[in-house]
Write a protein that binds this ligand. Structure first.
Ligand code: DC
Length: 226
């Protein structure tokens, strides 16, 4: 299971809507390794708090709730999945209440310690591509491959807006841009593990690049080295 010589870690960090989710998922599929979306875990905790009526700005209440939760992890079709107290939160992770609160959950240092521990444990399932905000800097600073994906804010807002139209049938570009900017600010100015370019990470500005171009760049590089 774990620590095999051939197990490797590809860490992909970057701000919201930088293209990292699609790129990471697709790169993992092409490399035939597990895909881990670390943001899903922060979203999962947020969903649990909303469901239990816990105010996400009340760190003490969030920590108390978190310490009572039971998480189970498993791999399904090369994708890491989890349940919280037996419930599968997948369908709720992108909902508006979760989206608007998750950055506040992610600033709580105890929550980050909890998630970083869980995330490191996922390497026991084998080689993986993990995406997030602190993967190459905190979770796996020694990862063999590190990338930092970015794109201009307007481009990111356009992408997220398109996604919202597809999933919810509505969305306002200006509002998306201001929500993204607000979240970026919280993510990059928080005291614990702020969003940053990890030491040794390769920066890819995806503005004007297709998903396939970014995926191929990463996959080719990993394959060339291994
Ligand atoms: O990548 P995402 O949009 O699903 O992330 C949701 C939130 O969780 C976002 O506010 C940043 C935070 N996050 C984090 O702080 N660290 C991670 N490794 C992943 C996500």
């Amino acid at each position: 299971m774990s620590n095999k010589q051939e197990d490797f870690i590809v860490a992909i960090d970057g701000p919201s809507a930088s293209g990292k989710s699609t790129v990471s998922r697709e790169a993992a599929r092409k490399l035939k390794v597990n895909y881990v979306d670390s943001g899903a875990m922060y979203r999962g905790m947020t969903w649990k708090a909303v469901r239990e009526g816990v105010d996400v700005k009340d760190a003490v209440a969030v920590i108390e709730l978190m310490n009572r939760t039971r998480w189970e992890f498993f791999i399904e079709d090369l994708v890491l999945k989890f349940t919280i107290d037996g419930d599968d939160p997948t369908d709720h992770l992108r909902s508006e209440p979760v989206r608007e609160r998750v950055a506040d959950i992610a600033v709580i240092p105890e929550v980050r310690v909890f998630m970083v521990t869980r995330l490191r444990e996922t390497a026991e399932f084998g080689a993986l591509v993990m995406e997030g905000r602190d993967i190459g800097s905190v979770v796996f600073p020694d990862a063999e491959f590190k990338y930092y994906l970015d794109a201009d804010p307007e481009e990111r807002a356009r992408r997220r807006h398109k996604e919202l139209l597809e999933t919810e049938g509505k969305g306002d570009v200006e509002q998306v841009l201001s929500s993204l900017t607000r979240r970026d600010k919280i993510d990059s100015t928080r005291k614990t593990a702020p969003l940053q370019i990890p030491l040794g990470a390769k920066v890819i500005n995806t503005t004007g690049m297709t998903i396939d171009e970014v995926v191929d760049f990463i996959v080719d590089e990993v394959n060339a080295t291994r």
